[in-house]
Design a protein around this ligand. Structure first.
Ligand code: GLN
Length: 502
């Protein structure tokens, strides 16, 4: 096995730490060196905390030497999306309006990382307030896809996905409101999981749309996601939407799946999530993966979810409505930026000038949309109708899951597009989330697993697996089986060519 620790999976690093083959200090330093070497061109990180990470690594090593590691992942470094509050570390949400803001507390998921002893390497780049599918809406410059630096790494969590794909971190946290973990996973060839809504605490996650947001793992293997998911998941009294019941056994499900046996599992291909407009190479890889599931013993049928065609429109009413109200708190009085338009300006003038200077175009666009959808006279027609369609989408899922155990589709309609290609066309940008949004609207879990490279451009394709709420274990079982069969076929993981990174 390679001695380049950045090339190992989190599970392998954990084993090596346990066996005394390496120290957390060495592993953490290797990742910091990798960040120093490649993050110039990739720009996955907004903030690197070398000193903090090495101090946490030293503590981890001391604990282990004393025979008392805190968790299986104690000492394995991780990167955190910059939308999660980190005590003592800047948290900008990719926005100028929060430049320089250092939260006085940790998000629950971050507190869990620290309590388990994972050194935090830094904060990863993202579309401003998690609005976007390309990370180009970051106020601090775009992240570049390690597979091709001229292309987008997906969004909004392109930083976390690129960091993991480029071996800058073995693990990362992302957030998925409409696809921001799964779609970046698809286009960077990494694994991304959106847990069941309420399965992972949102406390300390700067809200984009509270009823849709969910924190989840970004990794290179299905098993690593299961390990991280079990660590961050579970009930949190600080989040009123957190589910008060234990998670299903995710690591066990991943290990079971890795045997490659899916007999007894019924898989439904979602009719509405393919067809016209889907890249041919994406569909080819998708179909090949479906064939592998059949080979593993799964029964595959086609299932129609007719209301899914309205998911995008529904999402783009509900999300802006919630976002416009969430972002009202950035008023120059409480956090971050404050712009004085003139001496003696009124509070209203300061707020206006600050929000004008501090928010980017996409954020403003959604605040305007959301405010309009919620305004009296329009509320019933827009927001109210969207909520009704949301219920219909949930019912389509319920009906589908009466027929099958999991639903599958390609994660995104295309591979990574060129930077700048869709920046001036919001609708084209929104269309990337066609296949990921229904899960957020219904609160069900989903995983994106790398399914190979599209023939026409050599870029990664993602395979999405969706399960009923609270049955996240099914995503891991089927995901791990697919991964095992694909790795056998490829003879090892597909990784971005090193010469692309300079
Ligand atoms: N790309 C979607 C959007 O722009 C998803 C965002 C997300 O999941 N945070 O809203």
């Amino acid at each position: 096995m390679t001695t380049d620790w950045t090339r190992r999976t989190a599970a392998e690093i954990a084993d090596a730490l346990a066996a005394g083959e390496v120290t957390s200090a060495e592993v953490t330093q290797a990742h910091l060196d990798r960040i120093a070497a490649v993050d110039g061109p990739v720009h996955a990180f907004l903030h690197v905390d070398a000193e903090g990470a090495l101090a946490q690594a030293a503590e981890s090593d001391a604990r282990r030497a004393a025979g008392a590691p805190l968790h299986a992942l104690d000492g394995v470094p991780i990167a955190v999306k910059d939308v999660l509050a980190t005590d003592g570390l800047p948290t900008t949400c990719g926005s100028k309006i929060l430049e320089g803001w250092v939260p006085p507390y940790d998000a629950t998921v971050v507190a869990k990382l620290r309590a388990a002893g994972l050194p935090i390497l830094g904060k990863t780049n993202m579309d401003e307030f998690a609005m976007g599918s390309s990370t180009e809406h970051s106020a601090y410059g775009a992240t570049h896809n390690p597979w091709d630096l001229d292309r987008i790494p997906g969004g909004s969590g392109g930083g976390s996905a690129a960091a993991v794909a480029a071996f800058e971190a073995p693990l990362a946290l992302g957030t998925d409101t409409g696809g921001s973990i799964r779609q970046p996973g698809a286009v960077t060839g990494t694994v991304g999981v959106k847990p069941t809504y309420g399965g992972v605490s949102r406390y300390g996650l700067v809200a984009l749309a509270n009823s849709l947001d969910q924190v989840g793992p970004v990794t290179r293997t299905v098993l690593d996601s299961a390990l991280l998911h079990e660590l961050i998941g579970g009930h949190d009294p600080r989040d009123s939407t957190s589910i008060d019941q234990p998670l299903p056994p995710l690591v066990e499900a991943a290990r079971q799946g890795a045997t490659g046996d899916l007999s007894g599992v019924k898989v439904g291909i979602i009719t509405e999530l393919s067809g016209d407009g889907w890249q041919a190479g994406v569909m080819t890889r998708f179909q090949e993966s479906v064939d592998l599931l059949v080979k593993a013993g799964a029964e595959v049928v086609e299932v129609s979810c007719p209301t899914f065609v309205h998911a995008l429109a529904t999402y783009y009413l509900i999300l802006p409505a919630e976002a416009s109200s969430n972002l009202a708190k950035f008023d120059a009085m409480r956090y971050g930026l404050r712009v004085w338009p003139a001496e003696g300006a009124s509070a209203e003038e300061v707020m206006r000038a600050t929000r004008d200077a501090g928010f980017g175009d996409e954020v403003k666009r959604r605040i305007i949309l959301g405010t309009y959808a919620l305004s009296s006279g329009y509320y019933d027609a827009y927001y109210g109708t969207a909520q009704k369609v949301r219920t219909l989408i949930s019912r389509d899922f319920e009906a589908a899951f009466e027929q099958v155990d999991v639903l599958v589709s390609p994660t995104a309609p295309t591979t990574a597009f060129k930077l700048g290609e869709k920046l001036d066309d919001p609708i084209a940008m929104y269309l990337n989330d066609l296949a990921t949004i229904p899960a957020n609207l219904a609160g069900v879990p989903g995983i994106s697993v790398p399914a190979g490279l599209a023939a026409e451009d050599g870029l990664p394709v993602g395979f999405q697996i969706l399960a009923p709420a609270l049955a996240d274990d099914r995503c891991y079982r089927v995901g791990a089986a697919l991964e095992a069969l694909l790795l056998e076929q490829w003879g090892g993981p597909l990784v971005p060519p090193e010469e692309n990174l300079s």
